[in-house]
Design a protein. Structure first.
Length: 327
């Protein structure tokens, strides 16, 4: 039996044990609280409802917003501000310093590979934008919530769903992604491989305090690759993640996974203080948290990462379930 077949059989057997068994594997360390401090959430649902993580109640356009009905369009004027609109159709940003806030944008391009590169919001080369407190609905017919191909981007407190990939950085640098809720992904559009965040080459980014909820047992919450250019200087900090095949990929596979030397590189990728939930799979992802058959060019940089429900540290390895390391 080859390694992948073994992983599939092992992963399937773990699913049968149930989440409860996973939570009993490692004794929970005591929680030391300062006076007046509340204990951390012990479940995924608690985390996104009352635990302060991004969820339905604290992302997207504010509930009291009076939205104006408008149509999808291309923004070409620098410093444009879009505020309080319900936009039917995708929004393309081809200007600098554009702000989109407190709005609901609905797109629908179709299914299959023919819609690769589409986005509820698309930021074109040379453009820059801040997208905050928006609801981005891809109708299960759009590749990405945000297709970022521009000069810089800030995405903050958005509710992103109905897409195949949440945010895709395509040959683009200088981005901050924080306090977003990415969920209800679809396999019906683009290539069907789900990712909360994905790049094939990006640098100088921060991915902080987002909720990535991937119910599918394939691909990832965060994937940082290098098939098109170097990936460098990306901080992945204090996120809540669940699901995927492996929940995280940070892999040098240029020019190939078997022989990555000599191509583009993946360097200075830091995973700090992230929480990983067993809400969908005992191993967090179907097979584990960290992809096991590849790594960044300069090795893993991990500190403070733990399983939400058990508080098991996973900086040095994948979660342990029934005495076995997930892989």
């Amino acid at each position: 039996m080859n390694a992948r077949a073994t992983a599939i059989v092992f992963g399937a057997s773990l699913l049968l044990t149930g989440v409860a068994a996973a939570q009993q594997t490692v004794p929970q360390p005591p929680i030391l609280l300062a006076p007046g401090q509340s204990p951390p959430p012990s479940s995924f649902q608690e985390a996104i409802t009352t635990g302060g993580w991004p969820g339905l109640s604290n992302t997207g356009y504010p509930a009291a917003t009076q939205l104006r009905n408008t149509s999808g369009r291309t923004i070409t004027a620098d410093n444009t501000v879009i505020d309080g609109e319900k936009i039917s159709g995708a929004l393309t940003i081809a200007a600098r310093n554009v702000t989109v806030r407190n709005s609901w944008i609905i797109s629908s391009f179709g299914t299959g590979a023919g819609v690769n590169g589409t986005g509820v919001i698309q930021i074109q080369p040379g453009a820059s934008a801040t997208i905050e407190h928006c609801t981005l609905d891809g109708s299960n017919r759009t590749h990405t919530g945000i297709w970022f191909q521009g000069a810089s981007m800030v995405a903050r407190a958005n509710n992103i769903f109905g897409i195949n990939d949440g945010i895709f950085a395509w040959d683009a640098d200088n981005f901050t992604i924080e306090n977003n809720y990415l969920h209800d992904f679809t396999v019906e559009t683009a290539n069907g491989h789900v990712d909360g965040f994905q790049t094939e080459g990006a640098s100088h980014g921060v991915i902080r305090h987002n909720t990535f909820d991937v119910t599918q047992g394939q691909t990832s919450a965060v994937s940082i690759w290098n098939s098109r250019r170097n990936s460098d200087d990306i901080l992945v900090e204090n996120n809540l993640m669940a699901g995927g095949g492996f929940t995280v990929y940070a892999e040098d596979y240029s020019p190939s996974e078997q022989n990555p030397a000599g191509g583009y590189t993946v360097t200075n990728i830091r995973f700090v203080d992230n929480k990983f939930s067993t809400v969908h799979f005992p191993c967090v992802g179907a097979f584990g948290v960290w992809f096991t058959r590849g790594a960044p060019s300069d090795g893993w940089h991990r500190s403070g990462n733990a399983v939400l429900e058990t508080r098991q540290s996973i900086d040095a390895q994948n979660p342990l379930v029934n005495g076995w390391e997930c892989r």
